[in-house]
Design a protein around this ligand. Structure first.
Ligand SMILES: Cc1cc2nc3c(=O)[nH]c(=O)nc-3n(C[C@H](O)[C@H](O)[C@H](O)COP(=O)(O)OP(=O)(O)OC[C@H]3O[C@@H](n4cnc5c(N)ncnc54)[C@H](O)[C@@H]3O)c2cc1C
Length: 562
């Protein structure tokens, strides 16, 4: 191998979470020379970084796992319904070993820029280790939730004690014994970690800006008979999940909550609550995410459960979400979250009533008190979906930075590609179902689609593929239209970019469902990549200027065929 700067690759993959790992496996099988870069020191992505106490999946493990390798799914034994972070990370390591993936992954290496050279139709990819390589294709497998977000509070850096972000948890763990701990943030990571931190800490103060709806996970060891039965029917189960709305099997009744008999409705909501399932209550009726009146019935049901569990009515009320419809922010699954607020050593501070003024060396100063702390935990989440992609300085055709193109919000075709950036793909990018689904299903679908596309290009002797502006416009319009038919855009959620100051408010994931979305993507491929422009290697220069679509040149579907 020559100097690194001279390396010519077919594909650079950025990220070695579940997306990058499966991509590498497929690309290698298909004979593409590939280099994966990963900022972390090992595989696993989300499960490498998020080692906070209580971290576990909230899609059942037997669904939240790869389906591409039938032997793997037979051989691997999940021990709990919702596996812990260490077990999921062990699974990622097992897959990396089994498929011998690490040889083509360069760890501790962050990709800093990717610049498209129109003359050679190749990407020049640079890393923080001072390397630059040339690749025909770049696939951003950077994850939706890998760029952590710090709290926007003055004085964060002045705190005298240690601070930890749930998304960058120390590998050796943290011992909170005898400590006065503050947790800022009550999203999924806060809700999972707070009960366990409370068990250890001398005192825990939870600083809550927005209460979230959470339901009991009802986690338990997996029953051997259930596992045997699932493994016997795994293929069929996976196939059905792939074509379902969210990538797990669900029965969504068509009945409307607003028309149901109140006693029956209450009983069905209870069943949903007791199911210990992320979509337990939200999928009990067909209208909960569509009709505000129906949603309020479910919201009030959950608030009722909070009042049942929490002894102090004022604390129960502070924990009860009232500023967004149920299910329009990512719902959470917990183990003992609300009951934690009955503990003597736990205090809830409602930041709407008394906002944080500043973090001081001694603790947190709110508008009405100073809370002295030894340790601060930031469960403040992520700059979701666009953060990790725009963390790389990506420059496309005509020297256009992606950050500039997406300054008013992300614009993609199918969440897979963006016009003006040939041969660049995003796995679970904005505009695809991604975070609204079982991500494993969405990841596999994207990886299969992208790798099939590369094979098709190779067979056709095409050197570039690029989404047309018209196809992208049509898709963005469709994504917005479908979202606006639901209550989803009504919440100030990270789906909307609302948790990051200054970030454009655009509903980023595609609400149409993974089954429908899969069909749309398949149709695009079957129609020889409808809505994309592909250029043959030899005719590149000529074809480029001749084939670029006039703005607004749409076909009947709003997509431009090539
Ligand atoms: C706490 C938590 C719990 C979750 N639970 C579930 C669940 O139960 N079910 C579900 O469906 N989804 C869940 N998710 C979503 C989860 O992110 C996905 O399921 C999945 O793990 C994403 O895999 P990925 O490979 O696409 O991205 P990630 O796992 O995020 O991996 C991306 C990798 O890219 C690397 N990277 C990013 N930028 C660069 C760069 N510039 N250079 C080099 N490397 C880079 C990162 O270091 C990271 O390791 C959860 C997320 C979190 C944070």
């Amino acid at each position: 191998m020559g100097p690194l700067a001279d390396r010519q690759l077919d594909v650079v993959v950025v990220g070695a979470g579940f997306s990058g790992m499966y991509l590498l496996h497929r690309l290698r099988q298909l004979g593409f020379s590939t280099q994966v870069y990963e900022a972390g020191s090992d595989v696993g992505g989300t499960w490498y970084w998020n080692r906070y106490p209580g971290a576990r999946c909230d899609i059942e493990s037997m669904d939240y796992s790869y389906s591409f390798d039938p032997e793997l799914e037979q051989e691997w034994e999940w021990t709990e319904r919702y596996s812990t972070q260490p077990e999921i990370l062990a699974y990622a390591n097992h897959v990396a070993d089994r498929l011998d993936l690490r040889a083509e992954i360069q760890f501790d290496t962050r990709v800093t820029s990717a610049v498209f050279d129109e003359a050679t139709a190749r990407w020049s990819v640079s890393t923080d280790q001072g390397e630059t390589v040339s690749a025909q294709f770049v696939v951003m497998a950077v994850g939706c939730l890998s760029t952590t977000k710090q709290p926007e509070v003055p004085g964060v850096d002045t705190f005298a004690g240690p601070t930890y972000h749930t998304g960058r948890w120390p590998h050796e763990g943290v011992d909170f014994t005898g400590q006065r701990v503050g947790v800022i943030g009550t999203g999924s990571s806060g809700i999972q970690s707070i009960p366990l931190i409370a068990e250890q800490a001398a005192h825990l103060t939870v600083f809550q800006r927005t209460p979230n709806f959470s339901m009991p996970a009802k986690n338990a060891p997996l029953d051997a008979a259930f596992v045997r039965q699932r493994k016997a029917t795994y293929r069929q189960h996976r196939e059905e999940a792939k074509h379902s709305p969210v990538g797990v099997l669900l029965d969504i009744p068509e009945e409307l909550a607003v028309e149901a008999d109140p006693a029956e409705r209450e009983a069905r909501f209870h069943e949903g609550w007791e199911a210990g399932f992320l979509f337990g209550v939200s999928r009990t009726y067909g209208d909960l995410l569509l009709d505000p009146a129906a949603n309020e019935l479910a919201s009030e049901f959950v608030r009722g459960r909070i009042r049942d569990i929490v002894d102090d009515p004022a604390v129960a009320e502070a924990l009860s979400p009232r500023n967004h419809p149920f299910g329009t922010k990512r719902p959470c699954l917990d183990t003992g979250y609300y009951a934690t607020f009955n503990r003597e050593n736990v205090t809830l501070i409602d930041l709407h009533a008394s906002p944080i003024v500043e973090i001081t060396p001694a603790g947190v100063q709110t508008s009405d008190r100073e809370v002295e702390l030894d340790v601060l935990v930031f469960a403040t989440g992520f700059d979701a979906m666009t953060g990790p992609i725009l963390g790389v300085d990506i420059v496309g055709r005509d020297g256009q930075p992606l950050r500039e193109k997406w300054s008013a919000g992300p614009r993609t075709y199918l969440g897979l590609a963006t016009a003006g950036f040939p041969n660049l793909f995003t796995v679970t990018g904005p505009g695809s179902p991604s975070v609204l689904s079982n991500m494993m299903v969405s990841i596999e679908q994207h990886v299969d689609w992208i790798t099939d596309c590369l094979v098709a290009l190779r067979e056709q002797g095409a050197s570039t593929i690029e989404a047309t502006v018209a196809a992208e416009d049509g898709w963005v319009e469709h994504v917005n239209e479908v979202a606006s038919m639901t209550l989803m855009p009504q919440a100030n959620s990270w789906y909307m970019g609302a948790n990051v100051p200054g970030k454009p408010r655009v509903f980023m994931p595609y609400v149409g469902g993974v089954g429908l979305y899969r069909e749309l993507c398949a149709t695009v491929a079957e129609k020889n990549y409808d809505g994309f422009e592909t250029l043959a290697s030899l005719a590149r220069g000529l074809a480029h200027s001749a084939c670029r679509p006039a703005a607004g040149a749409t076909g009947p579907s709003g997509l431009r065929a090539t």
